[in-house]
Design a protein around this ligand. Structure first.
Ligand code: NAP
Ligand code: GLV
Length: 310
């Protein structure tokens, strides 16, 4: 029987994922990581922020499955062996991302935030009708999640630009790529949606220079990783009115420390890294199917590039 070891940074979560996998994939033997135990001899590891010790002990692993879309925590582990690392692709997260972005965008563009303030004052005062053309959206990262968000927002009538590493063609989206087209992309963007992976090339990308390139009265929606943002630069842009609102789901330090200036900033909206959560059924189905394919010697999708880091 093929053996799979589950290792997350938290024993409760490891137990939960073991149960979910045993229920969904009864043909595999699923064991939980236990720091004090002997090597289990597992062929596959299913992980989320695992301890580095996992890879020093489990030397028979053939592949590692990440229980999320982003692999930045995993790729930096010193003992990660040179075997395929697979990440979740969409697995129900793209729809959640589109909901998050549409909710945040409409709260501002349709004035729903302003109407909530009016209600508190018992005030009845329709705002001028909004024009989509006044709210051009730019999506950084046109992968599994970013491309879906770009299509969804374009479908509502907003002008949408997108930026990726290489050329992309997405109907209804004006696509830019590479460092040389970044300024052009920013010049078409008032509402910046970040869905890049965190890699050495994208760390700190949302800095003073990038924010200065956005259209006036900008909005920043960061739903990728906190490490993409230079916090002092974003706070300075908010205070200067360069950025009117920041909607932040992810932070350089999580949980966001209670003394952080974002908490009390009047134009920052915070959610606790929930823009898209891993859905058990989707994740187990995708991982199970990929293990079966690997066992049959067939190619699999979702393998992370060691050179690109995503
Ligand atoms: P993906 O499919 O790997 O897509 C990544 C996109 O970023 C691709 O379009 C890629 O360009 C582009 N890219 C990468 N490096 C770049 C660079 N240096 N310059 C320009 N573009 C670059 O990733 P995904 O599945 O959409 O996920 C994106 C990220 O969302 C994850 O890495 C994770 O950090 C984050 N996430 C957050 C949450 C949350 O709850 N907040 C949940 C899930 C995921 P190419 O198309 O040219 O390769
Ligand atoms: C969550 O942040 C993920 O990368 O799936």
């Amino acid at each position: 029987m093929v053996k799979v070891i589950v290792a997350t940074g938290d024993p409760g979560s490891t137990r939960k994922w073991c149960e979910v996998m045993r229920r969904g994939l009864p043909e595999f033997e699923v064991v939980a990581w236990d720091a004090g135990a002997e090597a289990s001899g597992a062929r596959y590891a299913v992980v989320w922020m695992p301890p580095d010790a996992l890879f020093r002990r489990e030397t028979g692993l053939q592949a590692v499955f990440n229980l999320g879309a982003g692999v930045d925590h995993l790729m930096g582990l010193p003992s990660l062996p040179d075997i395929p690392v697979l990440r979740l692709e969409d697995a129900g997260m793209a729809a959640q991302m589109a909901e998050y972005v549409i909710h945040s965008l409409a709260a501002l563009s349709r004035g729903f935030d302003a109407y909530a303030l009016q209600q508190a004052r018992r005030r009845w005062a329709p705002l001028p009708v909004m024009r989509h053309a006044d709210w051009p959206v730019g999506v950084m990262g046109l992968g599994k999640l970013g491309a879906h968000v770009a299509r969804a927002v374009s479908g509502l009538g907003y002008p949408v630009a997108g930026w990726a590493r290489g050329p992309r063609r997405i109907e209804g989206v004006r696509a830019f790529h590479g460092a040389e087209q970044l300024q052009d992309f920013l010049g078409h963007t008032r509402v910046l949606v970040n869905l890049l992976p965190l890699t050495p090339q994208t760390t700190g990308i949302i800095d003073r220079g990038l924010l200065a390139g956005l259209l006036p009265d900008a909005v920043v929606i960061n739903i990728a990783r906190g490490g993409h943002v230079v916090d002092e630069d974003l706070l300075a842009a908010l205070d200067a009115g360069r950025v009117q609102t920041a909607v932040l789901d992810v932070f350089n330090e999580e949980p966001l420390p209670s003394g952080h200036p974002y908490w009390s900033h009047p134009r920052v909206r915070i959610t606790p890294h929930v823009a898209a959560t891993t859905l058990e059924t989707h994740a187990v189905e995708q991982i199970g199917e990929r293990i079966r394919r690997l066992e049959r010697g067939e190619p699999v999708e979702g393998v992370v590039g060691r050179d690109t880091g995503y």
